[in-house]
Design a protein around this ligand. Structure first.
Ligand code: 5GP
Length: 195
């Protein structure tokens, strides 16, 4: 079991509706040493790729993406949730239905910060149905940039997003893959991973 899986078992809380709460170390209070180790692990897993930019989505992706960008020595860009009224021609736009908040957000990235020269590593905290990743991928595609990989802290393997992304041919690395979890018993089971 790796360090993130161990921490999820210790401090993660399973809520009804297939939600895993990790707000004592990742989503509200942040364990910066853990985040740094996660950044280094993503760097190790994608070290063979040429990465020029790390892209995530606000707000909870930012803390995960920051140490990844630091490890690669490249800028980190986060897609911002936008009010339609503020959207002009200078931004790429994607629609992202929110798993946790049950609304659809328009997210934007300024055209200044993604170009056809970029090789992008997309990072997020959770993968459920894959809508956030899909939105981020469409922003990269709108810029004619290249998606080099997808890095996820916690994938819920019993939801469809991971399978869909792998079937589409993306190189997806998840530090922890939850195979099953129960709000009744609190039990969390991980998929075995190669060391
Ligand atoms: P997806 O777009 O893949 O359906 O869901 C991923 C997004 O929803 C992530 O950006 C994350 O913020 C949020 N999310 C999905 N599942 C969970 C969960 O179990 N716990 C938490 N804290 N966030 C989740």
């Amino acid at each position: 079991m790796n360090f993130l899986e161990q921490r999820i078992l210790k401090d993660g809380v399973v809520k009804a509706g297939n939600v895993l709460k990790v707000d004592s170390f990742l989503n509200h209070q942040m364990d910066v040493a853990l985040l740094k180790a996660m950044g280094q692990e993503f760097h190790r897993r994608f070290a063979h790729k040429k990465i020029t930019k790390v892209l995530t989505i606000e707000s909870s992706g930012i803390a995960v993406a920051y140490p990844v960008a630091e490890a690669f020595g490249v800028p980190m860009v986060f897609a911002k949730k936008a009010k339609s009224i503020n959207i002009d021609g200078d931004v790429y736009v994607a629609e992202v239905p929110s798993f946790t908040h049950k609304v659809t957000n328009q997210v934007i990235v300024s055209k200044k910060f993604l170009s056809s020269e970029d090789h992008v590593l997309i990072i997020d905290d959770f993968l459920a149905n894959g809508y956030a990743l899909q939105g981020l991928i469409s922003l990269v595609e709108a810029a004619d940039a290249t998606v080099e990989g997808l890095g996820i802290a916690i994938e819920k393997g019993f939801q469809e997003g991971g399978k869909r992304m792998r079937n589409l041919g993306y190189h997806l690395e998840s530090l922890a893959i939850v195979e099953s979890m129960s709000a009744e018993t609190g039990e969390i089971v991980f998929q075995a991973q190669e060391a």
